[in-house]
Write a protein that binds this ligand. Sequence first.
Ligand code: PLP
Length: 439
Amino acid sequence: MSHVFHRNLTQRYPMAVKGEGPYLIDSQGKRYLDASGGAAVSCLGHSDADVIEAVRHQIGQVAYAHTSFFTTEPMEALADHLIARAPEGLESVYFVSGGSEAIEAALKLARQYFIEIGQPERKHLIARRQSYHGNTLGALATGGNEWRRRQFEPLLINVSHVSPCYAYRGLRPGETLEGYAIRLAAELEEEIQRLGPENVMAFVAEPVVGATLGAVTAVPDYFTRVREICDRHGILMILDEVMCGMGRTGTLFAAEQEGVTADLITVAKGLGAGYQPIGATLVSRRIHEAIANGSGFFQHGHTYIGHATACAAALAVQHAIEDRHLLPQVTRLGESLHERLVERFGSHPHIGDIRGRGMFRGIELVEDRDSKQPFDPELKLHARIKKAAMGHGLMCYPMGGTLDGRSGDHILLAPPFILEEPHLDELTDKLDHAIRDAL
Ligand code: PLP
């Protein structure tokens, strides 16, 4: 019997013993093509020699130095690297150990910013339904995924949730994409008016929705309209790029493709690519200045913020992405993957939508393509697909739809950026077998 409190206590897990490029290998010698990068983490694949060397070197120098006493070279260098490439206006980086912590830091930075500038009444958050921003209580309250929130609801702060930008289901018959963006922007504005703009602190959204909807991109101009509304009412825009950032969509920051910048951007997963746990919150000049020129102290922190070895690993990952020209490869391979998915599943009776950007792709399963009727959640189709895929030696990331049927089961694909064309064939074949087995 295992003494580990595993994620799912009804299941037995294979023992991962080795990573090799895009494959994980278990103790029985079985190879799994990592088509989800775990949970959109392993963007460089496994056992990258340069990152391993960087970690080895840093541990030999100084593994860890508490940030209340010291700064370190890898932390300074990583912050410089990120800010040099970040959207306009972002000036400093607050390092944490993962995505939820990055969101918590963003929420507290937003709150403290308004206190520092003399607007303490601004404390209300607006986020979107069917979203995920992490599992710690502040992040869970921000997210709009009912299944994850349900039993913890009494512990959560009050957050408003507006509609996601999800054209496959949200677009009304005859409505243009522009009309849809205008309607969603109006809904946000209405919620701001209902709360009183002077009470609203921030709007939070993922530029490309990952875990909860499966690589759903926004329609053109949605984010520029949202940005304009936030600016008009003095509300901060927090973009959660924990899953879609750090090159996954073909640009280092997903927001670059939306033509907007944010006041706070959270990143994690692909930042350290799984070689070390690390996340970060990128902070705009005006927030940094307000705190620097005000109290001079951000009232927040964790023991492992700015962990030197984690920063060294992330810096090596980011250098690898740049030096090996992986961003154009993400775009090229991502299009190739999309073409294969469309070729294989484009007329499948139970696949309603194939979507995404770069190496971040999603497939939505439906009972009926015409009505878009999702499968009964009781069938747990997503879990069956995941199990079948593992049987075929494929890691993918399926998730269930919403409890009320507003979205169906989907499969998220977020493979390493280092795949080659034959891996895409292997991925498509194995996924096809898994879907057949599960349906
Ligand atoms: N934000 C988004 C968009 C995510 O997808 C996730 C995790 O899936 C998180 C936040 C939370 O990150 P973590 O699991 O590292 O705490």
